[in-house]
Design a binder for this molecule. Sequence first.
Ligand code: SF4
Ligand code: MG
Length: 392
Amino acid sequence: SEDVLRVEDLSTQFFTAEGQVNAVHGIDVRLERGEVFGIVGESGSGKSVTARSIMDLIEPPGEITDGEIWYRNEEFAEAVVEDRPEAVDGTAVELRSVAASTREALRGRSFSMIFQDPESSFNPSLTVGEQVAEAVEVQRRASARPRSGRARTRRPEYSFGSYAISMALPSSEYVTGESRERAIELLELVGIPDPAERADEYPHEYSGGMLQRAMIAQALAGEPDVLVADEPTTALDVTIQAQILDLLEDLQRETGMTVLLITHNLGVIARMCDRVGVMYAGEIVERGTLEDVFDRPVHPYTKGLLDSIPAVEDSGGRLQPIPGNVPSLLDHEMGDRCYFADRCPKAMEECLNHPPEFDVAGSDDHATKCYLAEVEYTESRALSKDYFADEA
Ligand code: SF4
Ligand code: MG
């Protein structure tokens, strides 16, 4: 299947008063259209920064300092190619090479994001229905915009999407009856009971799980190509978590959208994902299909994570598989060694002196950043324990 999104050599840094934080360093991520790709790692490993970088939501003192983000969309490529031919390759557009307003246009319509904490994403003084309807309205106006429009508030370069419309939403008085109806449909789609009545309730009248559903409804207003879900169930209790994951699975299947799922929870990854990337200290240290990574892990960190599953469950799902912590990325010298060396049971001299290269092994694209990769690929295939069979 084709790649809808390809992130190449992405680095994001934060220039704080305390120093420079290398939150994400040289990562590659490829999302196939219609798949669920998971990024798993401990907190502080750079998962959320990766998601926010893709969504173009990094704000000062943060900055994407390197890399390319290619988004494949024929209509968008056509709209961009005249003004920025250098940003277009076939039907793909390199997003860092287009104007910020153009990237902004993609938010909601091409990329949508849901977060861990729905409470803070809703305005407490507007009803849930109004807020979902606003999202509908923003996307509706954006796509209704004529190709050669009249007075525009920003440079009228592209006719694709809502480039001139900020996600600072219009006040609810502009919301039309049509948008309200669509909002109720969306609330129904995400499993809100009696959606027409519940649309008139305020966020505080919703439970956490219901509010997470409403946030998903908002994210779906623009029928996005890619839904980025950053720890979407972490704040919810286990039963509700499972219901939200069921919902995401159903919606993904029905709409064919691509999902980038960020989580520290290996159970969520095992259940939801087609392919997975394991993040450690701002890098992806191993990636591949779910079976590659879970049945035939190669990186010592991935192995540690998987070995720790019972311990993870005992500790309420928190990952602390291997003694020690993710190194602070403040003033961290990037690219000088393997960042896992301090915790790695197999560390060797060279691990401390040079960074290992990403090694792509054999079939598919199972790849690992570790000196032992080649040996391990062979060994782990031989010893491959069937993780999923054990579970069943
Ligand atoms: Fe361990 Fe060395 Fe591999 Fe890093 S490169 S994970 S320190 S063996
Ligand atoms: Mg996070």
